[in-house]
Design a protein around this ligand. Structure first.
Ligand SMILES: CC(C)(COP(=O)(O)OP(=O)(O)OC[C@H]1O[C@@H](n2cnc3c(N)ncnc32)[C@H](O)[C@@H]1OP(=O)(O)O)[C@@H](O)C(=O)NCCC(=O)NCCS
Length: 142
């Protein structure tokens, strides 16, 4: 498996599997805010991030194609992102998921995130959004 930053050739695949506009996907590719996982030269998953307050790395979305789930792809994507953020000096990571979605929450906790609160987003979704933070300040650069 290869984990790498996405490039413009990945745009068609991302458009098919993402829940974001073409403009936003293109912006994130240009800024290096995508990691993709490749198996046998096929992209099978991605991680997209941004920055809360323009500072704290924030995992907006991680998705692995159903046929490739539970085979370590998501973990490899997460570790590649975390390693890159440690390398650039980040002290914390953030992410969030909907309260009603127990599985993604369990997965975030498994990767070291702690729930820090929730906000009522009923204007756009049925249940609150729970925010997670991971302290990476003790993890040394390799
Ligand atoms: C959540 C997701 C990214 C995990 O990726 P994955 O490649 O399937 O996960 P991995 O194989 O790396 O999982 C590693 C471990 O987490 C466990 N795990 C995987 N998915 C899990 C889930 N949804 N809930 C709880 N545990 C999970 C695996 O059993 C494995 O544990 P083990 O090593 O003890 O067997 C993937 O299942 C997915 O794309 N889900 C749909 C989209 C989604 O919910 N995204 C997250 C919200 S943004």
């Amino acid at each position: 498996m290869i984990i790498r930053r996405a490039h413009s050739e990945d745009l068609p695949w991302l458009l098919e599997h993402e829940d974001a506009s073409e403009d936003w996907i293109g912006r994130c590719i240009a800024l290096g805010e995508y990691f993709v996982a490749e198996r046998d030269s096929e992209v099978v998953g991605f991680l997209r991030f941004s920055r809360f307050w323009g500072k704290i790395p924030y995992m907006d979305m991680i998705r692995v194609l159903p046929l490739h789930q539970r085979e370590g792809v998501g973990t490899a994507l997460f570790h590649a992102w975390e390693g890159a953020m440690i390398e650039e000096g980040a002290q914390h990571l953030m992410t969030s998921s909907e309260w009603a979605e127990a599985e993604p929450q369990a997965w975030h906790r498994r990767n070291g995130f702690k729930a820090v609160g929730s906000i009522d987003l009923r204007i756009v979704q049925p249940s609150p959004e729970i925010f997670f933070v991971k302290d990476i300040s003790d993890i040394r650069k390799v």
